[in-house]
Design a protein around this ligand. Structure first.
Ligand SMILES: Nc1ncnc2c1ncn2[C@@H]1O[C@H](COP(=O)(O)OP(=O)(O)OP(=O)(O)O)[C@@H](O)[C@H]1O
Length: 785
């Protein structure tokens, strides 16, 4: 932290009248005010005649450029180096505060400190190529002790705004809109827009008097480079235009103007009290007494480089106000602030720091284990292999295998994993049980439905229960045989448990279920229309022009764009292979089931013949165990053997086909993803190209007149005007463009932004809102260009 003195400059409003009593020293820093002795009090009295003050500079007959370079240039420099800054103008009403800060009318030469600061900020941004900058602006108004967001969506609502302190004790306004701006023109447009929304009204002393305090803030975020985003420095520059103090008795104001003047005088008097307390180094500083002092807290005694401009209007009739302003200014000059760069706590930076800390803590734990003679414990996350082992152990542990008496849990992490493993085993066993019960139930139901009295249905040779046999099922899975939730099956538990047909990864299953031979319609939610170029562009442009018809474009992409055609062909090939494999599985499954039914029938027939003693004699053959069979039984047994052999062959073929299915599913999913990705890439490139072309052509919408199209008279004049401005002073182009965007009123231009009559607060807010809406529409129209 560096202690810095608040700087104070006096600026005089030019006056034709002589005898003001204000004298400026030749050093350009001192100023004195002479007050003639009060005749009524007699010639010999104690009334002081001359008051002298010394400041950092007196700006008398100084141009706007001169005022900016004395007052604000250095503050903007330190803003760009990461330091907060505040420039505030103080003085009686009509003394030139708004002229100094915002400028006088739309004249470029008369622009004030705010437009000039914006210009300097963006010039620096352009010059410092080694740094990344992000700039935001905000505009706050304090009117009758209420906060107003001049850049908010709905001007006039102040309920959500509040002055708060952040974790570093810095002041900020919660709820205030921060508008991102990428250029001088954008920032100026926001400034002009905010000016038009001010809740100001005319006044007897000065028809353009500001009856509110305003704070225009430039927020700058700087990083050394985008990639190495660790060092983010945040700084802000507050440019504060205080409402002018006035002696209500002298001006004779009444009604609403009197109320406004009372609020202004009250807040300025609290500002004075705060400055007095700070300069006396009191332990309690009454910052919270008004919104103004709360907002200016950092500027007066916090982390901020502060400059005050004391505006004086040295007419003889205002000598008292001039003296009062100079007195206040000299007290402000005794204040100091603590200056420090505001490095942000970047989340990336924090993450890296925490990672380092975790590493160090782990190393420390390991060292303690070694010192206390404990066996080496790993505090890292268990590897996949370790997890698999732990889950296998959990299964064996639950099965009560003798040699597994306990699970290895030497750290909290492993205790947690052991519980997870037990839960997974439990879920898997429960799933298996449910599926066995369902199979049994289905078999029972099937029997009841087909042959309730047939004893041969009890199952004998080659009973095909795919799950029990460690195989698979063909056909539909029961409704309640869905895989358990993901968390319960996060690790396979090993063993020969049957794999239900739905057991492939859910994501893959989901993808596969949406696959169609031609990749189907594009399910992307975005229906944005996009532009086209290239050989196919002509034909496709019409489709892209229809918002929301992305599917049509996608269909054409697969036909007309070579890259899309290739990707679609790959997907078609993968889908065909997948479909063939599925057909083969279906037909093999049917064959296996048919073979199984045949085996069952033959088994039953053989059993019946044996039970009936039919094989006792005749020219038959010998059974496997040497039993003599009659020829018919022998024939059935041979047939049974052949059926079993066919069953096995079909079964093996089915198994092989099932094994092929998974890679084919994956290949189809990959091909589909590849096609969609290629389409997205291509569509992105097309729309970027279109935007670029539109930008170069200076048009917002396709279909706007081409460069060579004839301009109407207004456009031609506008173009000529801009060319002239560019020729005369290229720096002023942004200023004029921003003025044009916002309706051309300019700062301090008075009507129409400042009505000359006093309106009721509600009417004023409504007028401000409607002015702002019109200007916002103009800015938005401009932004599209
Ligand atoms: N240095 C100056 N050079 C030329 N004109 C000036 C100067 N200072 C002030 N003026 C003119 O004086 C008039 C009053 O100035 P301005 O509106 O800036 O006063 P103010 O202090 O902001 O008043 P208020 O507090 O009532 O808003 C304006 O017309 C402005 O152009």
């Amino acid at each position: 932290m560096v202690k810095t003195a608040v700087k104070v400059f006096v600026r005089t409003r030019p006056t034709a009248t002589s005898g003001s009593g204000l004298k400026i020293g030749t050093d350009g820093q001192s100023v004195s005010v002479n007050i003639p002795k009060d005749q009524a009090a007699g010639l010999v009295n104690n009334q002081q005649e001359s008051f002298s003050f010394k400041f950092d500079g007196v700006l008398d007959n100084v141009s706007q450029e001169g005022a900016f370079s004395s007052v604000a240039h250095e503050v903007v420099d330190s803003l760009m180096a990461g330091y907060n800054g505040t420039v505030f103008c103080y003085g009686q009403t009509g003394a030139g505060k708004t002229f100094t800060l915002s400028g006088g009318g739309a004249g470029y030469a008369h622009r004030g400190i705010i437009p000039r600061s914006i210009h300097q900020v963006f010039r620096e941004v352009d010059m410092r190529v080694d740094k990344m900058y992000r700039v935001h602006v905000s505009y706050l108004e304090i009117y009758n002790e209420q906060l107003y967001d001049l850049l908010g969506e709905a001007p006039g609502t102040s309920d959500t705004l509040a002055v708060l302190e952040d974790a570093n004790n810095a002041t900020y306004v919660r709820g205030l809109t921060l508008v991102p701006v990428r250029s001088e023109e954008e920032a100026l447009a926001q400034f002009f827009l905010g000016e038009q929304g001010r809740t100001t009204a005319g006044h007897v002393l000065n028809a353009e008097s500001s009856r509110s305090h305003t704070v225009f803030t430039l927020h700058v975020e700087m990083r050394t480079s985008e990639a190495a985003s660790e060092r983010a420095v945040l700084s802000k520059l507050n440019l504060v235009d205080l409402a002018g103090s006035e002696r209500t008795k002298k001006t004779g104001v009444t009604g609403q103007s009197l109320r406004e003047a009372q609020f202004i005088n009250r807040s300025l008097s609290f500002l004075e009290q705060t400055v007095n307390a700070l300069s006396r180094r009191d332990s309690y500083i009454p910052y919270r007494q008004t919104k103004l002092t709360a907002v200016l807290r950092d500027a007066l005694g916090g982390n901020c480089k502060t400059v005050m401009v004391a505006n004086v209007w040295a007419e003889p009739s205002h000598t008292e106000e001039t003296l009062s302003t100079l007195r206040f200014a000299s007290r402000v000059r005794t204040l100091t602030t603590d200056l420090a760069v505001n490095e942000s706590s970047d989340p990336q930076l924090l993450l890296r720091r925490y990672e380092r800390q975790i590493k160090e803590l782990k190393a420390e734990l390991a060292m303690r284990d070694t010192l206390s003679g404990k066996a080496r414990v790993s505090y890292d996350d268990p590897s996949d292999d370790e997890l698999r082992e732990l889950h296998a152990l959990a299964r064996r542990f639950l099965a009560g295998e003798a040699e597994v008496e306990e699970l290895p849990v030497d750290s909290i992490k492993r205790v947690r994993e052991a519980f997870k493993a037990l839960r997974a085993v439990h879920a898997a066993v429960r799933g298996e049980l449910a599926s066995v019960v369902n199979t049994l139930r289905r078999t029972e139901d099937g029997r009841a439905a087909t042959a309730p009295d047939d004893p041969s249905q009890s199952g004998a040779v080659g009973e095909l229960d795919a799950r029990a046999a460690g195989g698979f099922t063909v056909g539909r899975a029961p409704l309640d045989a869905r895989p358990p939730p993901r968390s319960e099956v996060s690790y396979p538990v090993g063993g020969g448990g049957g794999s239900p047909s739905g057991a492939r990864p859910p994501a893959l299953a989901a993808q596969a279920s949406t696959l169609t031979d031609d990749a189907g319609p594009l399910s992307s939610p975005s229906g944005a229309s996009i532009g086209l170029s290239g050989p196919a562009g002509g034909r496709l442009a019409a489709i892209f022009a229809v918002p929301g018809d992305r599917n049509a474009v996608f269909r054409r992409y697969k036909v007309d764009v070579p890259e899309g055609r290739d990707a679609a062909a790959s997907l078609k090939a993968a889908s065909t292979a997948l479909r063939d494999c599925r057909t083969a599985i279906r037909s093999l499954g049917a064959g296996v089931n048919e073979a199984k039914r045949r085996i069952d029938d033959l088994t039953a027939a053989v059993a019946m013949r044996r039970g009936g003693g039919a094989g006792a004699a005749g020219a038959g053959g010998a059974g496997a165990d040497g039993e003599v069979l009659d020829s018919e039984t022998y024939g059935l047994v041979q047939e049974l053997k052949a059926a079993k052999s066919r069953y096995r062959t079909d079964f093996d073929a089915l198994k092989a086909a099932r094994e092929e299915l998974e890679p084919l599913l994956q290949a189809a999913a990959v091909a589909r993803a590849g096609l969609l990705e290629a389409f997205d890439r291509w569509a992105g490139a097309q729309s970027e190209g279109l935007l670029r072309r539109m930008a170069t052509a200076g048009r917002a919408m396709p279909g706007a007149p081409d460069e060579e199209d004839e301009l109407d008279a207004g456009e031609a004049f506008e173009r000529m005007q801009m060319a002239r401005i560019t020729e005369r002073d290229p720096d002023s182009l942004a200023y004029h463009a921003a003025l044009k965007r916002t309706g051309g009123a300019g700062p301090g231009a008075g009507a129409p932004s400042r009505p000359a009559t006093v309106a009721a607060p509600g009417a004023k807010a409504a007028a401000a809102a409607s002015r702002k809406q019109e200007a916002t529409a103009a800015v938005n129209r401009g932004a599209g260009r």
